[in-house]
Ligand binder design. Structure first.
Ligand SMILES: [Zn+2]
Length: 538
């Protein structure tokens, strides 16, 4: 039963979702967040999605981890991809009445989110009261962390495969032979086999599986952190300045009037703004180039180029009915040339090899990463050409791009003399990492003076463009101190204490979303009269 009294007693609730890979030490992040939230007077409750997974008896740590992934996937297959978020919502719903007896401000830390649909559901239910944090960790340190946590030291790949086989058979996920075939590719990587220990191979395998499920049948419902990151609100790096990063996040959350965007946040917001100009039939990509003085020198987005330079734009749209060059963008064409061409290639090969229909679609999937035949100019190239048209040198500049560059753009970025790439969303089709392995150094906080022979590819850190305006717009008109309603002429005073209010990023009180929560928990519409009973809202 809904308790109207307890709802009214709650001053504020925050729901913070944590998304990160296996190599992330969630305890460290959660503890740092908790101590910062406590300073704002919040009672912190951790909701662990994995608490719903009953472990099997006598499993090794490796098997326990693999079991969680496969069990999680199986439940998503049966109950929908947002199933585990529903479980978290249910937990919050039933915890609230009791918690509210003792606490007026509650923050729920939901750990850990593994796919986009989970994030979307929490965001749809809790609106501005939900913030998601994507956590990156250093790849090498992650491998060590996994090795230690899962006690992989003495585990052989052969033993691991036996345990995987048992789990897949028990869960009846899909044809086990098939899963083994896909997963063995990662456990049998001839490039690295023999050079690294079997335990590191196993840690790498689990990390890869956690980032993006690869098996065809499991892909739809499997964990997919890469897509999950793409809609996160805040990006953290675990291995350096974690406390400062979290402190800044909390200050921003509680409306520090003098919190301003970093250069990185501002330029990524600009890149995202450029992306919105794109009418490409696939994703919208935007890029800006910034010099060493942090001045924006060029911008671009992915779309069809126009004779004379640049792209077709809104004034070329047929609705303006102007004489001149007709709009040639892809939406005016009968089909996307890349899609059509790849269909034709797959068809020709299939006919020649007399492939069965299932293999034909597999072949089409396999070649879907080829973007060679797109008519659009990619955003990175568009930004480089924007600079070239106006005679601006881009040597030693940084390019901010909302999506990890494809292998094609990467070679042009390198050739132009760009030293650093900052990207927001991952792009798994890119082969840049493999093709230019020794030329690219990945990871945040790389000493830029050091790797003269390498270009730095850095994941974006900070407030995502999707929360930029909400975060940095000053909604108080002035930032002057007010005493008894009057401006004193002095700067506004602010500190993080129990009186801090997250007004801008969150709504006060849970009334705004309690009905949505109810629908998720009970899987039906509530008797809405309960929300209009005296005392419920007022
Ligand atoms: Zn590209």
């Amino acid at each position: 039963m809904l308790s109207t009294i307890t709802l009214n007693d709650i001053e504020n609730e925050l729901i913070i979702g944590l998304a990160g890979g296996l190599g992330v030490d969630f305890d460290e992040v959660a503890e740092t967040l908790e101590s910062a939230l406590k300073k704002a007077g919040y009672h912190v409750v951790t909701i662990r999605i994995a608490a719903n997974f009953t472990p099997r008896k006598n499993d090794s740590k490796f098997a326990e981890c693999y079991w969680k992934m496969q069990y999680g996937t199986k439940q998503r297959q049966i109950n929908g991809n947002d199933y585990w978020a529903k479980k978290a919502i249910e937990k919050i719903f039933y915890l609230r009445p009791e918690l509210s007896y003792n606490h007026k401000k509650i923050a729920y830390l939901v750990r850990s989110l593994k796919n986009k649909e989970e994030l979307e559901l929490l965001s749809n239910v809790y609106g501005r009261n939900f913030m998601s944090i994507a956590i990156f960790s250093d790849a090498e340190l992650s491998l060590k962390y996994i090795d230690k946590k899962l006690k992989l030291g003495r585990m052989s790949i052969e033993d691991a495969e036996k345990e995987m086989h048992n789990i897949n058979t028990e869960l009846l996920l899909t044809a086990d032979q098939d899963i083994r075939k896909t997963e063995e590719i990662y456990l049998d990587d001839s490039d690295i086999k023999g050079r690294i220990s079997e335990s590191v191979m196993l840690a790498r395998f689990l990390m890869r599986k956690d980032q993006e499920e690869t098996h065809q049948d499991l892909k739809r419902s499997g964990q997919n952190l890469l897509r999950c990151y793409s809609i996160s609100n805040f990006f953290l790096y675990q291995n350096k300045n974690l406390t400062q990063q979290i402190q800044r996040f909390i200050y921003i959350l509680f409306n520090d009037p003098f919190a301003e965007p970093t250069f990185e946040e501002y330029f990524m917001f600009c890149a995202q703004a450029a992306a919105y100009r794109s009418l490409d039939l696939d994703r919208q990509v935007g890029a800006v180039i910034v010099n060493k003085e942090n001045e924006l020198v060029a911008s671009g987005f992915n779309d069809v180029s126009k004779v004379g330079g640049g792209h077709f734009a809104h004034h070329d749209h047929p609705m303006y009915n102007k004489s001149g060059v007709a709009d040639q963008r892809d939406y005016t064409q009968p089909y996307d040339f890349n899609h059509l061409h790849l269909d034709q290639i797959a068809k020709r090969i299939s006919e020649k090899l007399r492939l069965a229909p299932k293999d034909q679609s597999l072949l089409r999937d396999e070649i879907s990463g080829i973007t060679e035949f797109k008519r659009s100019t990619h955003a990175e190239m568009s930004a480089l050409l924007d600079a070239a048209r106006r005679g601006i040198a881009v040597r030693d500049c940084t390019i901010y791009v909302n999506t990890y560059p494809c292998h094609n753009c990467t070679k042009h970025i390198i050739a132009a003399g760009i030293r650093k790439v900052v990207f927001l969303y991952p792009y798994t089709k890119s082969k840049a990492r493999d093709m230019y392995r020794s030329m690219i150094k990945h990871g945040p906080y790389i000493d830029e003076k050091n790797p003269n022979d390498a270009i730095i590819f850095e994941p974006f850190l900070g407030i995502s463009p999707n929360r930029f305006m909400l975060t940095f717009a000053n909604d108080k008109e002035t930032r002057l101190e007010r005493v008894a309603g009057k401006e004193t002429g002095k700067p506004m005073q602010w500190s993080l204490d129990v009186n801090a209010i997250p007004d801008k990023l969150a709504m006060r009180q849970p009334h705004a979303y309690i009905s949505r929560e109810w629908v998720i928990v009970h899987n039906k519409m509530p008797d809405i009269s309960v929300f209009y009973k005296p005392g419920f809202i007022g």
